[in-house]
Design a protein around this ligand. Sequence first.
Ligand code: UDX
Length: 436
Amino acid sequence: MIGSGYVGLVSGVCLAEYGHDIVCMDKDVAKIEGLRAGKMPIFEPGLEEMVRDNVKAGRLRFSTDMADCVPDCEVVFIGVGTPTNKETGHADLKYVYAVAEEIARHVKDFTVVVTKSTVPVGTGDEVERIIARTNPKADVAVVSNPEFLREGAAIKDFMIPNRIVVGIEDQRARPVMTEVYRPLFINQAPLMITTRRTSELIKYAANAFLAMKITYINEMADLCEAVGANVQEVARGIGLDNRIGTKFLHAGPGYGGSCFPKDTLALVKTAQEYHAPIQLVEATVAVNESRKAKMAHKVIKAAGGTVAGKTIAVLGLTFKPETDDMRDSPAIVIIEELVKAGATIRGYDPEGMENARHVLPLITYCDGPYQAAEGADAVVIVTEWNEFRALDLKRIKVAVKTPLLVDLRNIYRKDEVARHGFRYICVGRPGEEITA
Ligand code: UDX
């Protein structure tokens, strides 16, 4: 497994758990040394224990050297990052290509090279060309095998996937990939084998669809506010139609994270390049982008039209709960906008504060929600961590200057908040708000 980031590390460890012999490789020496010492580079529930058990069982080890692992492997996964190129909006493939070149130099016998990183359509073709150019003697089959795991539920998603998608051109890879995933078949996971380009596109099509679904309900929330309807009930009312489904219909501050923003943008670029633009996804990207600032203005409006000189407590900084990941978190833009408008921010997040300090250096980091609330003119819930779902509102009330709760994840109800004398603002549920 080349690349021990989120996807690489979780996939590698889970495959080891299923009995395969795995080497997780990364060129980041500190990361590998940490892993050898049992220190995880990311926060993911259950990961640390699983690493420990599999290392102990002799199925998992860590390396910084391709020469040390690639020659003896039947399958080499590429799980390195594909960040957005800031200038072009495209997925930046330099890490994938560099790894392909190095793999080519080290393969010995027939090897299946699998791209697990999320890569644009046609990347498999290019990886194949790079390997052939670097080492004409290399006998490889290049396969696409996108990963659909969610952060925070990564192990469960890998172990009990809705589906496994494998894109193959060279049919010699078919039995090998079937063997890799055979242990998962006991969980009834359907294995879908298709062409490489189709497989590459499935990943983007899935993520863009989910991003679109979230954006749809977010715009519906705005409409609910305008017409006096309740977005949670609209979501339930449409979601019970099983052609629509109830999941991914939670209105909020806009989607973030390492996948949706990057993948929607990359799909837009690919579609434009092939002269087959996908306007729905283009609109999704634009609407989601503007939503974050819109949420900051919601807070400003709730605070009486200005936050200049005011103190705002922000609960939840990561892009979603159960992760320490700050990448493209809506909290970043929301906080930056509030600071621009003159507010002082007191922030708290159960796992994300270390990462948050790099992107949001100017806020005061607090030890818990109650400390964050001290002297605040508004408490804003940006991420729905479980520990914010049952806050001691009596304690918050004592701590704050002004009892105003802005709940951007809709995790409270009017009656719970009203008892404690708060004003309450939420998303797409005007009937639940307490404005005076
Ligand atoms: C996502 C996909 O779910 C996964 O299949 C893919 O492999 C990687 O991208 P992840 O980024 O870990 O996973 O997070 P996810 O749980 O999907 O949430 C993404 C964002 O959407 C978060 O910011 C979340 O808060 C937001 N979201 C999600 C909503 O605002 N409303 C919803 O109903 C669901």
